[in-house]
Design a protein around this ligand. Sequence first.
Ligand code: BES
Ligand code: ZN
Length: 475
Amino acid sequence: MKKLLDRNESTPVKMKKSILAYALAGALVFSASPFALPVAEAGTATAANNAAQDQKIVKRVEAERAIEHVRYLSEEIGSRPGGLEGEKEAADYVARNLKSYGYDVEYQYFPVADQYIADVAFEDGTSWEMGAAPNGKVSKEAVSGEAIYVAGGLKAADFPADTKGKIVLLTREASTAAYRTQVDNAIQAGAAGVILQSVVGSRGNYGSTFSPSLTKSYDVPVYGAAYVQGEWLKERIEKGAAALDLTAVRYTDLQSVNVIGTKKAKTKTADTKEVLLTAHMDSVVGAPGANDNASGVGLMLELARVYKGYNTDKDLKFIAFGSEERGLLGARYYVDQLSQPERDEIEAVFNPDMVATKYEPAKNLYAMTVDGSKNIVTDSTVAAGARLGNSDILPGQFGSSDHVPFHNAGIPAALFIWMGIDSWDPLVYHIEKVYHTPEDTIEDNISGERMQSALEIIGAGLFDVIRKDVPEKNK
Ligand code: BES
Ligand code: ZN
């Protein structure tokens, strides 16, 4: 795979004003009350015992095993868009593994909106997944043609005389109104198909695939390509190897799914609490989602393997959520169907999402809460890091993952993610460029060391929460 050279690999991302206010609140929380570490009096029985308990986990977790799960999910299955077959295969994979460790496993289905998926196939057998415009031609009957690249496209004059019958690749204009003009002009010029190359991601990442939103209907396929797919297509056009078959499918009546594995507390009382370890298993269209978020699922399964050997004083649930990328749908559905007493039982939600990037500037593992306040999830993992002498973990503030619906229901939750943060006010951060793209692969985006560090910190922090005795009522 050719590396992309035309962007500064470590350009930090500045957030928009609306998000800034949010970030500022978090910055104040952390600067006003620096994270207090628990008193781990050296030499006391408690400190020695905590350290011994940590070692039960740290000695056993193996990044290679977690990455083997990442390999299955991102390579054997590939992309896993919410509601489609790839996500279902991921669910079955998670269920198989959890069952093999002896846990009870349930599936929880929920309905999701239609997907419009395009397939762009080359004569050499390669094919790429893109988003299809619902208002363009969506058909299994192939539209075939030679691809050409047209610069611009906002003016009819941009299209060469031989556009007729060609599949036109255009660099997507930023606004929806402007790219609609590009599509209209291409089709007026006789294009047999249109591919829009997305160039910027919302977080400084490379552009992802998308389903173009059109107001007019056309009998021509119109697809949204990831930035790197556009670059690859340009290379093929230059080599004269760009004869394409375009097909697309509208998938309807979709069901997405959550997979729930349960480890019961050793002795159950009326006060027994529940702790959740959750990770979304879906990916965006066209992306193998190795770091986002096969990494979180791999970490969850590896901790499930290690925890099976220990009794705990709390119920522990391992949940692989579906359709996170479509709006946190699996986690929202899960929280919505819980009664208030069931919500009250949940003491903590640990949600790893992007826990193994090898992007160098993403140098800390953040435990992010939605409002920047500390809770049992951030406290237990920061304390575990301190006991282990591991300084990777830091608290922070971020939404955008499955911890949000839990937070909104008043349940303590945090997202674990590797990032580099230069400033909280304004929020200036580094995340890998390849997330949400076809290059979110093990080769391009996974670090064994980062996975190991996340396994040890989250593994020891969570174990500390579940092994502690439940305090007695009215004490
Ligand atoms: N793993 C990301 C969230 C993320 C990415 C957080 C980069 C911080 C930095 C997650 O899978 C994601 O993409 N979330 C969506 C949520 C949306 C669909 C509600 C997002 O942020 O676009
Ligand atoms: Zn994502």
